[in-house]
Design a protein around this ligand. Structure first.
Ligand SMILES: [Zn+2]
Length: 320
């Protein structure tokens, strides 16, 4: 449990009065995820729950906190946020609150056995060679087998209030992503991160233009102008509006690079992912690269800067 890299794991740490941050280790990616405890009238609201695998137990973590956890709020259905929900329920007896759209996608993806096959078919449709897609299925099954979530949560929606916090829709990183806002404090999940930028990918059966959704989310945050934002990874953001504008510029640049990768010759999302993210990626990273290339290609189509064609076997894009 000692100090690893920049974080002290599993020790609730006050980031401001009434808000504790609990950082848990991750085996890959950013190597850590932040959960938060928000003090309320009747107890704490726990926001996000980690992977639910080899981390220190919620019993041990919460033994360090005064008072009870009375509810658990999930920002979005990615495994590093929803995975520990069941274990947190066992440790607290608290109810889980999760977005309606987010939970329906959570069930469809992690609650089904054929998701790795469905996503592999979809990657083939977007130009991924069959052997690479096969690898994705294998790694997908290994992955999906260990993802947990809490069944039948209490469903919430944007505009609801949770212990004085307003539920805000912040789609983009995932379709049903929700954040919490109170008194200029945004608990943002993976909507606003620093120094990394949240992944914005297109996936099967998701909303058609996630980067368009995310662009609106960033504009809304800049407009709301919260005092501070606490994200699921990385650093506390002291100037959320400025960070939102900087991330928007990052995607504008990537849109320009995506457009530059197109020509009159049709190209797939898989092809374009090589221009954006290089040629040598392990399968799991290629999967994110293709999804990210596709979210930018679909945005360009919406903006009239690219053309999309589908012949039933392959989806391709050309310069507009
Ligand atoms: Zn995350």
């Amino acid at each position: 449990m000692g100090k690893l890299i920049e974080h002290t794991f599993a020790v609730p740490t006050e980031v401001e009065p009434g808000i504790l941050r609990v950082t848990l280790p991750l085996p890959s990616g950013p190597r850590h995820v932040h959960c938060f405890l928000l003090r309320g009238e009747d107890g704490w609201t726990l926001v996000d729950t980690g992977l639910g695998l080899a981390e220190p137990s919620w019993e041990d973590i919460l033994a360090q906190v005064d008072g009870l956890v009375t509810r658990i709020f999930i920002t979005h259905m990615h495994p590093d946020h929803v995975g520990g929900a069941e274990a947190a329920v066992r440790a607290t007896g608290a109810e889980v609150l999760q977005g309606r759209l987010d939970y329906s996608q959570c069930e469809r993806v992690w609650g089904s056995t054929d998701w790795p096959e469905r996503i592999a078919d979809w990657f083939v449709l977007n130009g991924v060679p069959a052997p690479v897609a096969e690898e994705l299925i294998e790694s997908g099954h290994v992955f999906a087998d260990f993802v947990r979530f809490a069944w039948n949560p209490t469903l919430v929606e944007a505009g609801d209030e949770i212990d004085g916090w307003r539920v805000v829709a912040t789609p983009g990183h995932s379709d049903g992503h929700l954040s919490l806002l109170r008194d200029g404090v945004l608990v943002a999940g993976d909507t606003l991160l620093a120094p990394i930028t949240p992944a914005i990918g297109l996936y099967p059966q998701s909303r058609p233009d996630p980067l368009g959704d995310y662009t609106e989310t960033l504009a809304a945050i800049a407009e709301l102008d919260p005092r501070v934002s606490y994200g699921g990874h990385g650093e506390t953001i002291q100037e959320p509006a400025a960070r939102a504008r900087a991330i928007a510029v990052h995607h504008d640049d990537r849109l320009d690079r995506t457009e530059a990768a197109l020509a009159t010759e049709p190209r797939t999302g898989y092809d374009v992912s090589h221009d954006l993210f290089g040629r040598t990626l392990p399968p799991i990273q290629r999967r994110f690269a293709v999804a990210e290339a596709l979210s930018h290609l679909e945005r360009l189509v919406v903006l009239g800067r690219a053309r999309r064609d589908e012949d039933g076997r392959t989806v391709t894009y050309t310069a507009a």
